[in-house]
Design a protein around this ligand. Structure first.
Ligand code: DOR
Ligand code: ZN
Ligand code: ZN
Length: 430
């Protein structure tokens, strides 16, 4: 088929390193069919799925279960995270062998209530991952300290404080970030901070990068465009997520950090829930998170239209940086000529009103309801095949394939102080 691209631009296919497609276990929220449809229509050609599914992706058997579901239904390529939990340290190497794109460590409460590992278990997990060279994505910024505070407020029946809490808790949120970076510094593990929500973390991120920690950071469109103040408006409870959206004053520094490279990439934390789980008077009972994979590229192109980001920077933060960080660069993350290339054709002048009703995700909730954006994808190609066109899915179910990371061996750091150096080869520390 010959198509005229006059007046249009070609972007490398976006890689969203942070989605929750909910399968296996929560099909009422999403599955690999609806989730990947949303990605394709949004110009996203590869997604990395988080391990807080049911069952969690903590063993090879559970990994294979998810892989089979994704292979059957996904129309975009996918990477699958393994869980780094206190209970499955012996499963990290087998998960890596099975093809995990990286690992996920929850240092705060989340959907699925996965327990936070102790610091010692994180240390040991990082030692294993440092040897494997795989990156560990970390949910920080709402540490157990905040969970404890939230539960106290919940018990006291304080339903009025959520937005205020969102605006103030980043004072302590940096604690989990710095704890994770300390252990990465010690072990040489490669780490990635997911959903960076707060300007308060930015000086610490710069510090740890300068110190030589192999650290990458993502932020989300919701922290750039939305604010805690918006949560006070009627229906604003829909914005509830973890970590919380901060006060509006935090947006500018986050935009600046995304432009100057302190923040490496943009992802979505696509976290669909059934609509009725998102609304209600008791904010503590509401599900956290909302869909995002379909609106990522439009919201970033809108930033180009607004003069906040260059188009080159958008290509870097949506595609090249994630591909580099997770060992896909060259295969993904670049504009290539070839029958197996991933790319999106975008129209920088396209005006679009964002609505929940138009979403392909099963979580028909929009945090951006009614917002008009300029710029959006018109065609999406995964490995040379057209998968979405003008907002419609055209792909064959199951075209998506799993991607495996190819990471260079990391330089060992401070090994003299780790258990590895003390033990005989193959000896376990217990
Ligand atoms: O708001 C959130 N939703 N934050 C998380 O960390 C998890 C996510 C989900 O899985 O629903
Ligand atoms: Zn998270
Ligand atoms: Zn998440």
């Amino acid at each position: 088929e010959r198509v005229s691209l006059a007046g249009l631009h070609v972007l490398p296919g976006a890689i969203d390193v942070h989605v929750h497609f909910r399968e296996p276990g929560m099909p009422q929220k999403e599955d690999w069919g609806t989730g990947s449809d949303a990605a394709a229509v949004g110009g996203v050609t590869t997604v990395f799925d988080m391990p807080n599914t049911v069952p969690p992706t903590d063993t090879v058997a559970h990994f294979e279960l998810k892989k089979a579901a994704a292979e059957a239904k996904s129309i975009v390529d996918f990477g699958l995270y393994g869980l780094l939990g206190e209970h499955n340290l012996d499963h990290l190497e087998p998960l890596a062998e099975a093809g995990a794109i990286g690992f996920k460590l929850f240092l705060g409460n989340t959907t699925g209530d996965l327990p936070c590992p102790s610091d010692g278990a994180v240390l040991e997990g990082f030692e294993i991952l440092a040897g494997l060279g795989l990156r560990c994505s970390i949910h920080a910024e709402n540490s157990p300290i905040l969970f404890w505070r939230q539960n106290r407020l919940k018990a006291a029946g304080r339903n009025d404080v959520l937005a205020h809490l969102a605006a103030r808790t980043d004072v302590v949120a940096v604690e989990a970030l710095n704890r994770a970076c300390t252990l990465a510094d010690w072990t040489g593990a490669r780490i990635h901070i997911v959903h960076e929500s707060s300007a308060r973390s930015l000086p610490f991120i710069r510090f740890w990068k300068e110190r030589g920690v192999d650290l990458t950071v993502e932020t989300l469109p919701q922290y750039l465009y939305l604010s805690a103040e918006m949560m006070l408006a009627p229906g604003g409870e829909v914005l509830r997520m973890n970590p919380p959206i901060r006060e509006a004053a935090q947006q500018e520094p986050l935009w600046a950090a995304l432009a100057d490279g302190t923040i490496d990439m943009i992802a979505t934390d696509h976290a669909p829930h059934a609509v009725e789980e998102k609304y209600g008077d008791n904010v503590w009972n509401l599900a956290c998170g909302f869909p995002g994979v379909e609106t990522l590229v439009p919201l970033m192109l809108n930033a180009v239209a607004n003069g906040r980001l260059s188009l080159e920077r958008v290509a870097a933060i949506t595609s090249a940086a994630p591909a580099r960080a997770f060992g896909l660069y060259g295969r993904k993350g670049v504009i290539r000529v070839g029958a197996d290339a991933d790319f999106a054709v975008v129209d920088l002048t396209k005006r679009q009103r964002l609505t929940a009703a138009a979403l392909h995700s099963r979580g028909k909730v929009s945090a951006y309801e009614g917002m008009e954006v300029r710029g959006g994808p018109v065609r999406t190609y995964v490995r040379g095949r057209l998968v979405a066109k003008d907002g419609e899915v055209v792909a064959e179910r199951g075209w998506g394939a799993m991607v495996r990371p190819q990471m260079a061996a990391p330089a060992p750091r401070n090994l003299a102080t780790t258990m590895k150096a003390i033990l005989e080869p193959g000896q376990k520390p217990w």
